[in-house]
Design a protein around this ligand. Structure first.
Ligand code: PMP
Length: 290
């Protein structure tokens, strides 16, 4: 049997249902997280749950469990579902109440849901890199909140998919912000550059691990926005996310990035990132070939 969590209880996945007046369903009034599981162990779970609490706090939802209780619940879910390689999706909404833009009374209980999915590491794409497009960033100005409202992101991702690409690189004016579901990095003259974590992007957990790896390994980096011109002139480009790790970008709007192959600093970061996963979750069987 496959299980899900609804409001602190493990239930049969097929019986996990929420009300049609759940505010997540009607308004996207909630926040979410995706946590990677390798070898049955959660990677950077503390960081994800801290961001979950922060996102929820910033829209006035209080998580009814401590981070420790949440971790224990998710561990139980992973174990019960025998999840080895995959993801946990979790979301919290402001709860169920008669439809009204105004928040419901304080006694309305938030709805917390979590379930798992088997997902293999995208080893082929990690090895060969992916193609991307550029598209204008039409999202709201609180992209730091991991909100359920993802329409801007979905439209960007769909545009990429329709052109046979993996990701859409978004920009505001001439500044690159982030991907539709990832952070974007360029490498120029040995320096790794990625947008600073402010209201225009999501502070990626993977991004933070990468920057930590850079500082521990004497790889120069700058956290600042960069322009479309810098993107076009970059030596290397890659994206990062929980499910995509350190993913080389080899093409942008049909133009090759340099020779159209993953670059040396991207490869170095992939290998250091893999070490970090193995430190927390044990050895990985499938390797990225270079
Ligand atoms: N930006 C956006 C818009 C995202 O959806 C994601 C994926 N969660 C990221 C960045 C990368 O964040 P993380 O590394 O925490 O998965």
């Amino acid at each position: 049997m496959n299980f899900a969590i609804i409001n602190g209880k493990l239930v049969n996945r097929s019986e996990a249902k929420v009300d049609i007046e759940d505010r997540g369903y009607q308004f996207g009034d909630g926040v979410y997280e995706v946590i990677r599981v390798y070898n049955g162990k959660m990677f950077t779970v503390k960081e994800h749950l801290e961001r979950f609490v922060k996102s929820a706090d910033s829209i006035g939802i209080t998580l009814p469990y401590s981070i420790d209780d949440c971790t224990a619940l998710l561990e139980e879910l992973v174990t019960k579902n025998n999840l080895v390689e995959g993801t946990i999706y979790m979301q919290i909404t402001r709860g169920t109440a008669p439809r009204n833009h105004v928040f419901p009374a304080k006694d309305v209980v938030p709805t917390l849901v979590a379930y798992t999915k088997e997902v293999a590491r995208p080893v082929e794409s990690l090895t060969n890199g992916v193609k991307t497009i550029r598209t204008e960033d039409i999202r709201w100005l609180r992209c730091d909140i991991k909100s359920l409202n993802l329409l801007g992101n979905l439209l960007a991702k769909q545009k990429a998919a329709e052109q046979g690409c993996f990701e859409a690189i978004q920009y505001r004016g001439d500044q690159v912000t982030e991907g539709s579901s990832s952070n974007i990095f360029i490498v120029k003259n040995g320096v790794v550059i990625t947008h600073e974590s402010n209201h225009l992007i999501l502070k990626g957990i993977t991004k933070d691990v990468i920057l930590q790896i850079c500082s521990q390994n004497n790889i120069s980096f700058e956290e600042r926005s960069f322009t479309l011109a810098e993107l076009a002139a970059a030596d290397e480009v890659f994206l990062s996310s929980t499910t995509s790790e350190v993913m080389p970008i080899i093409e942008i709007d049909k133009d090759q990035v340099k020779e159209g192959l993953p670059g040396p600093i991207t490869r170095k970061l992939q290998s250091l990132f893999t070490e970090e996963i193995e430190k927390q979750c044990g050895d990985l069987t499938e390797k990225i070939s270079s």
